[in-house]
Design a protein around this ligand. Structure first.
Ligand code: ACO
Length: 329
């Protein structure tokens, strides 16, 4: 028994943040630098008192509407996020479940940073294979604006908030839906992208607040190099393992981290740039939401066609990565 994406939905917060916002905040940066080095022109931030569960709920509603699905048909909720409403519990998945009004079905969060959606899709595949579940809501949501140091020009300009959801259902046809998936991690690279303190090892205190070490810290150029090396090699291996080649790709949807990373991945794969779906210019890096958001937006505006080969490539903190290859139905 396999898995397929029946439909998608997404939402973004209302507050649009231009590059000028950071200059107005006193940051030593420029619109030209941000555009040229990242491809980002705008991103969206959630206001205080709006969290990942609120965005995730809106995306779930949009997905249910687009797939003409009643909430009573959903039997599992998986939420990929690094910015849960609460630091430990309750999970964001439980909060979304309560908002949707479908108590008593299992709901849990998956923490794999920007690879979260690929990790959650692969988890959904496993649950569908047990035949105990039929309709799984897979939600990717993050509000990285809430954990960004607005004084660190190397990180805060990159991130935006957003959410997207996919309805993942079972299929008996092995030649449709998810035709390949792999998820991997390399913890020896944990320190290149992390929130150093404020967790159980270094509980939050005044010193941490002063140091701002409870915010994202990143070795940008290490992440840049690792992302390209790992994603290119993993996509090539994945295609070979199912007797496909780069020529068979109709669409590549990578985690939207930096336009230059996406361009390099295409160059190294010798993939025409128009096959790479990007929306980083508008939304920035929305972490676990970025792949499903790009998918959902493209599907809404253009529509995938039956038989399209879509390669999803997630990568992010951990270091984690995941490739999912879909034959659209
Ligand atoms: N404005 C102006 N100058 C800046 C800015 C800025 N916003 N940010 C950095 N600079 C400066 C640096 O201080 C440095 O100055 P120096 O030469 O005087 O020291 C110079 O620009 C070059 O810095 P680099 O870090 O080498 O710049 P780079 O071209 O690598 O761009 C960036 C930095 C955008 C962060 C890039 O490395 C990147 O995108 N890395 C990958 C990020 C990523 O993929 N994250 C994904 C995972 S996110 C997740 O999992 C949560």
């Amino acid at each position: 028994m396999g898995a397929k994406i029946k439909g998608l939905g997404h939402t973004i917060p209302k507050k649009k943040i231009s590059n000028q916002f950071f200059i107005d905040q006193g940051l030593d940066t420029s619109d030209e630098w941000i555009k040229e080095r990242t491809g980002i022109e705008t991103r969206y931030f959630t206001p205080d008192e709006t969290g990942s569960s609120d965005l995730g709920y809106e995306a779930a509603l949009d997905c249910l509407k687009n797939t003409n699905t009643d909430i009573s048909e959903i039997d599992l909720i998986l939420v990929a996020t690094s910015t849960p409403d609460h630091n430990a519990f309750p999970s964001t998945a439980c909060l979304i479940q309560e908002k949707l009004g479908c108590n008593n079905i299992p709901a849990f969060d998956i923490s794999a940073a920007c690879s979260g959606f690929c990790y959650a899709l692969t988890t959904a595949e496993g649950f569908l294979a047990t035949q105990k579940h039929k309709n799984i809501l897979v939600i990717g949501v993050d509000c990285l604006s809430k954990i960004s140091n607005m004084e660190d020009r190397g990180t805060c300009i990159l991130f935006g908030d957003g959410a997207a959801a996919a309805l993942v259902t079972k299929t008996a046809d092995k030649n449709e839906g998810v035709i390949f998936s792999t998820i991997k991690a390399n913890g020896s690279l944990a320190n290149i992208l992390q929130i150093p303190k404020g967790g159980s090892k270094y509980p939050f205190n005044e010193t941490i607040a002063k140091e701002k070490s409870h915010f994202i810290e990143m070795d940008g150029s290490a992440v840049f190099k690792q992302a390209i090396k790992i994603v290119v090699s993993e996509i090539k291996q994945s295609l070979v393992s199912i007797n496909l080649s780069t020529d068979n790709i109709d669409y590549l949807i990578c985690h939207q981290a930096n336009q230059r990373i996406l361009d390099r991945i295409c160059d190294n794969l010798k993939l025409p740039k128009q096959k790479c779906i990007t929306n980083i210019k508008t939304f920035g890096n929305t972490s676990a939401a970025s792949i499903p958001l790009a998918m959902s937006e493209f599907h809404k505006n253009h529509g995938f066609k039956k038989g399209d080969i879509i390669v999803l490539a997630g990568f992010g903190a951990g270091f984690t990565w995941g490739i999912t290859i879909i034959k659209w139905t």
